[in-house]
Design a protein around this ligand. Structure first.
Ligand code: SF4
Length: 359
């Protein structure tokens, strides 16, 4: 019989399921949920339930976290970036990255899929193809392992690890509900960010959820259709005009600012005309914040990493067009934990682990 993973449910959902499934002991569902989410353990015996009730809980519900198989760290000027690799029950692996944000705050970049079918040319994960979607509890497990096994003080969550979050919308939306659940993990929407390549059906679906304070960012990377279609195959299906239309309609709150991620690829998308095109694309979108990400060459580099002077020049051009810009400092490059570097392209064929220090 398939057991229901506790960490795939909100507190209220567990209460409901426990009432339906358990003849005894369901009154402790709230506390059992909080124990799992806040202490990272499932121990019905600790609530002095009788053996029968404990057995019933254990036969209907599970709380199994994936094995932690590797942790790699990269010491940078602004703190330590760490990548963890988790082995899932079927032997596949999911990666997450803990990113220092200053003042002792950390963001966890979580995966939503093993691999990805979007095939972005600059991305390691894209080279794996899509192996499968992560379930809601596998998404939440990344946070629970980070907090309870590694002691990482995670404050924010960004869905920017392996996979296109909105290509796994059902499980990701449920994960948002679990993360945001006031009776459980209680991570406010302001501290949650969905990043998408521009999955317009997903953006529309997100719009219907009433998550007014949630952050959304898109990976733009080129603002002319021919170049974007080369870099990001999704653009062949959904061109910039359609993406712009979906984003213009996405107005969850009055002061909403859309994140526009732009990976700077020297010799490919770094001219002044490219900067002007970005400004043109952003014009009807209301408030935006451009995150400029210097390219991180992976195992099959498209180009080299940009020089600091090239990054500064492109930022100047964008600002001259009236766009607010923030440079995303590259973190974790040495452990393949930087943007676009997650994933194990050999996994499809070999289903084997990364060559890293095993823990
Ligand atoms: S950049 Fe994101 S959407 Fe594109 S292939 Fe990589 S993981 Fe998938």
């Amino acid at each position: 019989m398939t057991k229901q993973p506790i960490h795939g449910l909100t507190n209220a959902e567990l209460v409901q399921r426990a009432r339906e499934l358990l003849p005894r002991g369901h009154g402790l569902a709230r506390r059992i949920h909080r124990q799992a989410m806040l202490d990272g353990r499932f121990d019905p015996e600790s609530f002095r339930l009788g053996p029968e009730a404990c057995e019933a809980w254990r036969s209907e519900f599970s709380f199994e976290l994936p094995d932690l198989v590797a942790v790699q760290t990269d010491e940078g000027d602004r703190g330590t970036t760490s990548k963890m690799v988790l082995r899932l029950q079927d032997g596949l692996e999911a990666e997450s990255v803990c990113i220092p944000m200053g003042q002792g705050r950390y963001t966890l970049c979580v995966s939503s899929q093993v691999g990805c079918k979007m095939g972005c040319a600059f991305c390691e994960t894209g080279r794996m193809g899509l192996l499968r979607n992560l379930t809601t509890d596998e998404i939440i497990s990344q946070l629970l392992v980070a907090r309870h096994r590694l002691g990482w003080p995670i404050r924010n969550i960004v869905f920017m690890g392996m996979g296109e979050a909105l290509d796994n919308a059902t499980n990701v939306l449920q994960a948002l509900r679990v993360l945001n659940d006031e009776a459980g993990l209680a991570i406010s929407q302001e501290r949650l960010t969905i990043c998408t390549v521009g999955h317009v059906d997903g953006i529309r679906l997100l719009d219907q959820q009433g998550l007014k304070r949630l952050n959304l960012s898109i990976s733009l990377n080129a603002a002319n259709d021919s170049l974007r279609s080369e870099l990001m195959p999704i653009n062949r299906r959904t061109d910039l005009a359609e993406l712009q239309k979906a984003l213009t309609a996405y107005r969850p709150r009055r002061n909403f600012a859309l994140g526009v991620n732009y990976c700077l690829l020297p010799g490919i998308n770094d001219t002044q005309a490219d900067a002007r095109a970005v400004a043109e694309f952003c014009k009807p979108l209301g408030r935006v914040l451009v995150n400029l990400i210097p390219y991180n060459p992976g195992s099959l580099p498209l180009t080299r990493a940009p020089e600091e002077a090239e990054v500064d020049r492109f930022i100047r051009w964008l600002r001259a067009e009236g766009l607010p810009v923030r440079e995303r400092v590259t973190k974790g490059r040495s452990v393949m934990a930087a943007c676009g570097q997650l994933g194990n392209p050999a996994a499809r064929e070999e289903r084997r682990a990364l060559r890293t220090v095993r823990v």
